[in-house]
Design a protein around this ligand. Sequence first.
Ligand SMILES: *Cc1c(COP(=O)(O)O)cnc(C)c1O
Length: 411
Amino acid sequence: MLNKHRLMVPGPTPLPPGVTAAATLPMADERTPEFAEVFTRVIRRLQHVLGTGNDVLMLTSSMTGAFESAVQNLFSPGERVLVLDNGLFGRRWVDMCRAFGLEVTELGAPWGSEIEPAAVADALAADPGITAVLCVHCETSTGVVNDIRSCAAAARSARGPGDGVLVVVDAASGLGACELRTDEWGVDVVVGGGQKALMTPPGMSFVSVSERAWRRQAEARLPRFYFDWSAAALAGRAEIPRTAWTPAIGVLVQMDAALAHLLDEGVEAALERHVLLGRMARGGFLGMGLRLLTPDRDANASVTAAYTPPGIDAERLVRHLADRFGLQMVAGSGAMADRIIRLGHCGYIDPLDIVTALAGVELSLHAMGAPVQPGAGTASAIQVLAHRGPGRLPQGALIALAADHTEENHA
Ligand SMILES: *Cc1c(COP(=O)(O)O)cnc(C)c1O
């Protein structure tokens, strides 16, 4: 049977047609005034999405590279940092900081739980030598969105006058899908990139850098070259603004188109849409009788993770979905790989995409012998869509809604 390819993973994500079309434009020279217009517009648009007046530096790398740039530019060997770790990406930043010779204090929470902001305050109070907090906005491995506003507030109030504790946020899969207000919340450095909610092919990443972060950068002694923020800033201030080295030119052009698409919808409207998509995904999984790893909270709007039914291997389910329906989802990460299925819904995704994905999941589970009634999950999601758009369903109410459905199915 013909199957359309349906990409429903938390990065890379589907492209709006205008973004795909932008890839067919002739190659440009990035040193021209014409390209500088595109380049500076991308930065202006990113500042808007980030809610910041800070510098935004464009880097040619995946987002892990941009995070590495933050470590190299902000710290000196042996410096003490606090890394919040409640999933795969928190873990990655712990490992990265140690690889660069930093002294890392880990503040963990179980996978599927949020980091407690009060624990951030305690950890900072316990060690006055800690100079920065590194945290993950949306922990893509579990779908949990951390309370960055409160974590940043804890960091801000942890020290007396002076520059205090820097706040560095990995906003890879959250930015454009979940609320993040860089300046209002006092976030010094945000790391992001194109291939999640920003609907752009992979290849370009970016960092926003506060005044405070620039002061640290001037004193930091870790070696840096390709990712030297000073080089990026210098090139950005040239008469014809540009990147320090050759960027992924085509990807920048596509990012410009993608950001136009996002701003056309409106950042706030996009966030609301993602809240609805998250509700539908959770309602759908619950409706088909699955247990959620991603808690039923509106904040968790970018990716939804659920446990597979007993006896169903998640990797096999992912294979089945791809082979049978052309639907690309992803299993869990790390130790949870065989027990978790993740539905990515950040970026160019609409409510009916969620219904389709859920239909695939329940059909595959049914075919694999799991006790799932085809239609139960999609019915729950459609109920959410029909009656309970954003702002109308109290948090946690999906569990009750889905329980109703499950009982109906079994009656
Ligand atoms: C996708 C992602 C990254 C970056 O991954 P790259 O493959 O390096 O682009 C970092 N953090 C989180 C939370 C992510 O979801």
